[in-house]
Design a binder for this molecule. Sequence first.
Ligand code: SF4
Length: 320
Amino acid sequence: MSQRKAKPRPAAAKVAKKKSRAADARRDASGRVHLVVHRDPVSGGEHLSLRAPLFREAWQNEIATGAANTVHGVLQGEASVDGAVELARNAMAATSRLIDGLLARAPQGSIACKAGCDHCCHQVVGVTAPEALAIFDHLKNTRTEEQLAAFARHVIARDEAGRGLSSAERFSPDHPCVFLEAGKCTIYEVRPLACRGMNSLDADDCARRLRDPEARARFLASGSGGRSFLEPIRAFHAVSAGLQLSLAEIYGLDMLPLELTRVMRLLFEGPPSLADDWARGKKPFAPARSRDISEDPAAREVSGTLIGPPPKRPEPTPEH
Ligand code: SF4
């Protein structure tokens, strides 16, 4: 059966053309939008800087620049699966160190998170490809063949349970994270950057918005981060941005955000070459793509990022 592609509506086509022209205007000769490569003429060494701030706060831009340079320092011009796993583990450790420092400065008793509290583990979790590869590597190194096969079946069942549901619908006690077991994270050592960033100031509020459908609907409609400690969220976004930009702009890798359960399923079910394909610049994880915060004004606000479409100008007030 032949399929005809729908013709874009003239107005939409015009907007798309305008957008791609605007992006093209910001690219350098190597196609980079956000990063600039500086080469030392004597040593030949390279370092990266941001063409323009990515975040509102200077400390976030410094962290993002540091993370981008770490990527370049570790990979030394050549992307590989092992390199990506090492980078993800570096990013995880660095994020935890940063967040520990921030938490140490928080007023005593203000952080409500404690062991066994799992309210924030019932929602869609976003990861980058290196994080997914580090988690998969950890599973392979810590579980037996039988355990891996059982876990793969669990991943497939959870993925099927969430199929076709929106992120809002998956924010529910019915959709625990695939790694949550008896209230505990089974991959705590390699948990995603986003999980490290979540630090609540009010555990009762977390419980209410997960378990009470009305409180949940109000929370989702507000688009806010709830009663969370914002700095750790902003710290993980800064590390993640540096990792993503360096791998995407310098190494040409697909770094769009992925959904954790789906990408795990791809790694279990896909051909063994999947990870290498990604490291060669292909896009085998595209079916696991998830929402990009740059498209969501509320998420941009919480993360402190400046990237995204400019805010809409208010309609001019008619003169009387
Ligand atoms: S990976 Fe671990 S910390 Fe993150 S949502 Fe899942 S169970 Fe919770």
